[in-house]
Design a binder for this molecule. Structure first.
Ligand code: 0A1
Ligand code: ZN
Length: 881
């Protein structure tokens, strides 16, 4: 077992830097193995720092070539250097210029942090702490500098050279094969937003004029030959810019906005100032290679990175504990954008599904942490669903509490008051307190403690008084007994047998919202003319779990009559979850399932053709992980799988004729050109949801339908949906369809990723062997994060029965992959490991097997800090943050 624990960084230890860096001039001479970086840093003591303190510049794996102070070489006694730091014990007590030359090997950089090469393209990734792999620096977000970057490279190898900001000069270097380009970014920024790119790339451009009248050139750079696949992303950039002007009053602030797609990237994308770098999965799209889900993700991530230009870049974070300040806020902004571009209800349901699938389990397991963590050993492990998605929910609740007008005013104030600075959560809340006049001290508790609050509700109708009373009680598992209550906005309404009870009112409900800010509270509606069904937490108004005993029949009334789209969907989910968990407990749920099928049938008849995207979501019953999360302890994934499947078989059988009719009604007329818009995508989604249910009830028909769909599909959405359905039906047709698909898309890496993923998710005993075999496939490579995530990530995170196999073979497979990957890319290895998160909730046999796998990982010599941190916390007994 490892004994040394990685050093811990604590929020309470924050202090301002002793030095500041105002200007950075970088000269980067690119070479595959011997890149030279000369950094001229204008440094001065920070008036807010400790006078006379040593200057300690961060480094990571750096090799120093030369060092000057104000133009003079520094005497060896005046500094100490190591790969991880450059120290001047007694730096000048006045402004001075330090010139540092370092030497890098971008080709050997497998961590994909700092400067590296992806398919021959030079690119960088500096968040959170990658800049220190390029030069020695004060690599912390509260040190903001103005950067000028000169990039030089072989003109044939890297005809395109890009930096942050505006291009101010370019040219050939006489008598050589090299050329250069100089970029200046006038906006002060922290080092994590630095970027450069050099390579052979094609591009697609479009002009944009901002509301301030600035002419901007938008450009998306992609691999040669793929320029037309950049069109959708480019259009999404323009739509994002326009939307941020209209909805938040924020305009773009440089003359160019560049997006570059690279194939090897640890995360989704990065918001570097004026030069966003993307995982190409979130840029490249064509009807033949991208699904509707891919198009939606591209739109959302393009928007996300663009919106960071204000929420993250113009106003950045004081320290990494404030990560949610930029991430939660920017997720909220991109969610709002996508809701405006698509269907708001459908998008909201998707947001909540993601939150429940990823954040709720995280918040209930050993990796739980507050939205603003109090400590970390490895910051790269804190780019989590809690910081991002729960962080966004907090911003959403804030808007619900103070109303749209004060919210917008608060956003304006936040941006204006903190422009060009590194801010904190307190600065953020202060802007809203000022504009709304509301004290947000209690609300701030949402940032401080982990755990999903639970709200228990009971209702009582008094027919003689025509009143309806609701009693609320909140608790917070994991938050500690001393934890104060949180402020929970409950958007609610009452529904009767025939529709909304609009006449019912309560003085405690303002604009449809009741604020639960105590451990217990009650509220009474008056003028309630009939026994109501409460519609609670409309639009999922708070990230909580709700316990309320309610008959299926009442929930089905909500499915039918609620005016809130989210709660209509939620009602069907609750009934399905109750039927599944009831069956698991051995209850006879036959009659309930029949009633549910009848209600779904009526729902489909009434609404399916009017809102197919919504109907598809209603048919997509709670996932296995949702059900596991609901059950909470002693999870047996096989039992959950079987119970869920049994309900699907019943529904598929009962709804069969309707589903077939819907498939016909929704079929696209031959010759229709593909459009990724939400309405067309919604029709495809419902057709494919219908296919899935037909297939589970009637495998022979499913096999035939899926096979025919794969053969005749004119777009990737339908082809992949056919293949996904077929993947669940063992037999020769599946195997030959998989083989044909691989052959067809041998030269399309992003499509091959889907092929790897589909196979990794097959819920059958043979899958461990299949994944092992696929790891030796010529197209599999540990060096490409997308490929690893497709195969090993899909297996670990999206195949509950096989990852959690009772014999431990699934855990062993993932543990081996993590250890192999950790040697080259610890960040991605650590992310894979998060699949073990819910291990303690498994039944004892599987729990023991997971425990053994985790211990084996942690005992491995030479483990990275990234993986050691996750393994250690996963095994820890208590919440450590
Ligand atoms: N700020 C990015 C996320 C990101 C974080 C770390 C990275 O390092 C590999 C890359 C990207 C975002 O929120 O999109
Ligand atoms: Zn972000």
């Amino acid at each position: 077992m490892r004994t040394e624990t990685p050093p811990t960084v604590r929020l309470e230890d924050y202090r301002p830097s002793d030095h500041l860096i105002d200007r950075v001039e970088l000269d980067v001479r690119l070479d595959p193995h011997d890149t030279r970086v000369t950094a001229r840093l204008a440094i001065r003591p920070n008036p807010a720092g400790r006078p006379g303190a040593a200057l300690v510049l961060d480094g990571d794996d750096l090799r120093l070539v030369a060092l000057d102070l104000d133009g003079e070489p520094l005497a060896p006694a005046a500094f100490r250097v190591a790969p991880s730091a450059l120290t001047l014990p007694e730096p000048p007590q006045r402004p001075f210029t330090l010139t540092i030359e370092t030497r890098l090997d971008p080709t050997a950089n497998t961590k994909l942090m700092g400067l590296y090469r992806s398919n021959g393209v030079y690119c960088t990734q500096c968040e959170a702490d990658g800049f220190r792999r390029i030069t020695y620096f004060l690599d912390r977000p509260d040190v903001l500098a103005v950067y000028t970057t000169r990039i030089e490279a072989d003109a044939a190898q890297a005809p395109i050279l890009l930096g942050n900001g505006n291009n101010i000069e370019s040219g050939r270097i006489e008598g050589t094969d090299r050329h250069f380009s100089v970029w200046h970014d006038p906006h002060p920024k922290p080092a994590y937003l630095f970027a450069l790119v050099g390579g052979r790339l094609d591009r697609m451009t479009a002009p944009f004029t901002t509301m301030e009248g600035r002419a901007v050139e938008l450009a998306v750079y992609v691999e040669p030959g793929k320029a037309e696949r950049a069109a959708y992303a480019l259009d999404a950039v323009a739509r994002s810019m326009k939307w941020d002007e209209e909805v938040f009053g924020r305009a773009y602030d440089l003359d160019v906005f560049n997006v570059v797609a690279v194939s090897d990237f640890n995360m989704g994308a990065m918001e570097n100032k004026g030069l966003n770098i993307f995982n190409d999965k979130y840029v490249l799209a064509s009807p033949e290679t991208a699904t509707d889900a891919d198009y939606a993700a591209i739109e959302a991530i393009i928007a996300h990175e663009y919106f960071h230009n204000w929420s993250g870049n113009r106003v950045t974070c004081r320290d990494w504990f404030q990560l949610c300040l930029k991430e939660g806020l920017t997720v909220f902004r991109d969610q709002e954008f996508s809701s405006d571009m698509r269907s708001r209800d459908v998008h909201r349901i998707g947001e909540v599904r993601t939150l429940r699938a990823r954040q709720f389990p995280e918040d209930a397991g050993p990796l739980a942490h507050p939205v603003r963590p109090k400590q970390y050993a490895e910051i790269n492990n804190f780019y989590t669903a809690t910081v991002y998605e729960k962080g966004a929910e907090i911003v959403r609740m804030l808007r619900t509490l103070i109303g749209d007008t004060a919210f917008r005013a608060g956003m304006d104030r936040y941006f204006t008051d903190n422009d060009g600075t590194a801010a904190t959560v307190e600065d953020f809340l202060c802007a809203f307190e000022t504009e709304s006049g509301r004290d947000l001290a209690d609300f701030a508790e949402w940032y401080e403690r982990p755990g999903t609050p639970r709200v228990s509700v009971s209702g009582a109708y008094d027919a003689s008084q025509k009143t309806y009373r609701l009693d609320f009680r909140q608790t917070r598992p994991g938050a500690g007994a001393d934890a104060p209550p949180v402020v929970i906005p409950v958007r609610l309404g009452l529904i009767g047998e025939a529709g909304p009870l609009d006449g019912a009112t309560s003085p405690q409900v303002e604009d449809g919202v009741f604020v639960l800010d105590r451990p217990e509270a009650s509220l009474t509606f008056e003028n309630v003319t009939a026994a109501p069904v409460p519609s609670l937490f409309r639009g999922f108004s708070a990230p909580v779990r709700v316990d309320m005993a309610m008959a299926d029949a009442d929930r089905l009334t909500l499915l039918r009559h609620d005016t809130d789209g989210f709660n209509r969907w939620e009602a069907a989910q609750r009934v399905a979850a109750r039927l599944t968990t009831g069956a698991l407990r051995g209850e006879d749920t036959g009659a309930g399932a029949e009633a549910f099928a009848a209600a779904l049938g009526a729902f489909l008849d009434e609404r399916a053709l009017a809102d197919p995207a919504f109907a598809a979501l209603v048919l997509a019953l709670p996932s296995e992980s949702d059900l596991a999360d609901e059950i909470g302890i002693d999870i047996d994934p096989d039992a959950i799988f079987s119970a869920r499947r049994a309900l699907r078989v019943r529904l598929g059988a009962a709804l069969g004729p309707r589903l077939r009719a819907l498939r016909d009604a929704l079929a696209e007329p031959a010759g229709t050109t593909f459009s990724p818009d939400a309405a067309s995508a919604g029709r495809r989604a419902l057709r494919n949801a219908a296919l899935d249910l037909i297939a589970v009830a009637d495998p022979a028909e499913g096999t035939a339908l899926a096979g025919a769909q794969i053969a005749s599909a004119t777009n990737m959405t339908d082809r992949l949906a056919g293949l996904s359905t077929l993947a669940l039906l063992p037999g020769e047709p599946r195997e030959s369809a998989l083989a044909a698909f691989a052959e067809l898309y041998a030269d399309e890496p992003l499509v091959l990723d889907k092929w790897f993923a589909i196979q990794a998710m097959i819920p059958e005993d043979g899958t461990v062997e299949r994944v092992r075999r696929l790891q030796t496939h010529p197209a599999f490579a540990m060096t490409n994060p997308n490929r690893v995530r497709s195969l090993v990530g899909s297996f670990a995170l999206a195949n509950p029965t096989q990852f959690n196999r009772a014999d431990g073979a699934g855990f062993a497979l993932v543990a081996e992959s993590v250890l192999a990957l950790d040697r080259t890319n610890p960040q991605v290895a650590a992310r894979l490991m998060t699949a073990f998160g819910p291990w303690r909730r498994l039944e004892p046999g599987r729990r023991a097997a997971a425990d053994a796998a985790l211990r084996r990982i942690l005992a491995t010599p030479g483990l990275s800090r990234d993986v050691a941190d996750i393994a250690g916390r996963s095994l820890g007994d208590s919440l450590t943050v």
